[in-house]
Write a new protein. Structure first.
Length: 461
């Protein structure tokens, strides 16, 4: 579902004189976001001055990153120290990837003069004597026409030499003597697609960074491509933590069904990742350490274990492998204890909270910007809609609230607690509610859910 008319198109960048990495960097750059490179002169907000949430340690409040900055950090973290080599893939495998090389025409389009309509190819002024045999698409060059001669022709067929125009079927009539007449004025060259009308051999059709859509696939095929050079799909691995999780049946005796194992892989695929494995680790620090150190994925996603309880092993394992902690807690509800770490030069780990809606918050806050940058996809343009009703806010944190889009308003949904999926399952987007809340009618930023804009069949391929 697409929100009504509040998106703005970003101006196209001229990438003709850039190398692949520079051009892709332009595509990846989020529009209108502040840089987090030390050049921001705005006064910093002091975390210690924020009111402390009940049951929350002061250290947790101090290190938590503002939500906008956390997303920016995740996007920039993926501009890693290791270059991701472009790959050549068949057209059938390229949907949703970004071009890593310009799409240049391998031939003129069309590659010969063709008929744009079913009708007759005619030479000179009418009336015309019609040849017995017609001209069909896919056949060799037909015989030359002479003045006063016409031949039946199909759309896409090669134009005979010396053809003046194509007379559409509905604009011609044949008299009793078998001669063809036109029923309306006809212009020289009418309904002929001349060779090279769309492009000439060597013309750049699309620049580096273009997202491969179905239309791009069609253009590439028409231009003579069997394969295209693209940025490879980021590879993700999901590690499901928790001894309390069931994979089937009804919850019982303190055990609960695992909602994240079924939900995360298709969601990550919707965000452009190739999910190479889903592993169930339980509450086992040694198994988690082994899984992290042996993974060769670009992104490891863990579920739960990001707090400081007796079986929360993510932080200790990250310390043990020498990971660089880039985001350790975010000022957002739900999902505050999410984290982002660089485990290797070419690998990151996103630690999601164990509560389902909190995990969704972590996906869209940290995993989405990181995967988007790895895949060289452009940042979506921010857009807002007024709220149909007011939304209560957190005193000092951003809130992400499921909404449905109705006309030119966003309608907040109930069942939006950290452990609830009922609201997000019916949602089109998440409203970004600032600290303190939002009033009825107030314009509020929205984060689209991938299937709401692309359609199930597109985003999960």
């Amino acid at each position: 579902m697409t929100a009504p008319g509040t998106r703005a198109e970003a101006p196209a960048e001229d990438t003709d004189d850039l190398d692949v990495e520079e051009a892709l960097a332009l595509v990846r750059e989020p529009h209108g976001e502040p840089r987090n490179d030390g050049t921001d002169d705005s006064p910093a907000r002091t975390p210690a001055a924020d009111p402390q949430a009940p049951g929350e340690r002061p250290a947790e409040r101090h290190r938590a990153t503002p939500w906008t900055r956390a997303r920016e950090t995740a996007a920039r973290a993926a501009r890693s120290r290791t270059r991701r080599a472009p790959v050549s893939v068949p057209l059938a495998d390229a949907l949703g990837l970004a071009l890593a090389a310009p799409l240049d025409a391998l031939t003129d389009l069309p590659s010969f003069d063709t008929s744009a309509m079913d009708g007759w190819a005619v030479a000179g002024p009418g009336p015309w004597q019609v040849r017995e045999e017609g001209v069909l698409a896919g056949h060799a060059q037909p015989e030359r026409l002479t003045d006063g001669e016409a031949v039946r022709i199909a759309t896409g067929a090669r134009i005979p030499a010396d053809t003046t125009a194509v007379l559409r079927t509905e604009h011609g009539r044949i008299d009793a003597q078998g001669r063809l007449h036109t029923t309306r004025e006809m212009l020289h060259g009418q309904d002929i697609r001349p060779r090279g009308q769309e492009c000439r051999h060597g013309d750049q059709l699309l620049p580096v960074g273009t997202l491969v859509t179905p239309a791009v696939l069609g253009l590439a095929a028409a231009a003579g491509y069997d394969t295209v050079t693209v940025v490879p799909r980021p590879r993700a691995e999901v590690l499901v933590l928790g001894d309390e999780l069931l994979t089937e049946g009804l919850p019982h005796e303190g055990l609960i069904r695992d909602a994240l194992g079924p939900m995360l892989p298709p969601w990550l695929r919707a965000l452009g990742a190739d999910v190479i494995a889903v592993r169930r680790i339980g509450d086992d620090a040694r198994a988690l350490h082994k899984a992290v150190t042996r993974s060769d994925a670009d992104l490891i996603v863990t579920t739960g274990g990001t707090a400081s309880g007796p079986v929360d092993h993510v932080h200790p394992v990250l310390d043990r492998v020498g990971a660089e902690l880039l985001v350790d807690g975010v000022k957002v509800r739900p999902g505050h204890p999410m984290l982002l770490a660089r485990t290797k030069d070419h690998q990151h780990l996103v630690g999601l909270p164990g509560n389902p809606l909190a995990a969704v918050s972590g996906l869209l806050t940290l995993a989405e910007p990181l995967l988007r940058t790895l895949a060289a996809h452009p940042a979506p343009e921010p857009y807002t809609l007024p709220l149909r009703e007011s939304v209560q806010g957190h005193p000092h944190d951003t809130r992400l609230v499921p909404v449905v889009l109705r006309g030119d308003h966003a309608v907040p949904l109930h069942y939006n607690g950290p452990a609830m999926l009922r609201g997000i399952a019916a949602a089109d987007a998440l409203a970004v509610v600032p600290p303190g809340g939002a009033r009825q009618g107030e314009e509020t930023e929205l984060l689209d859910l991938p299937w709401a804009t692309a359609g199930i069949g597109v985003c999960f391929t």
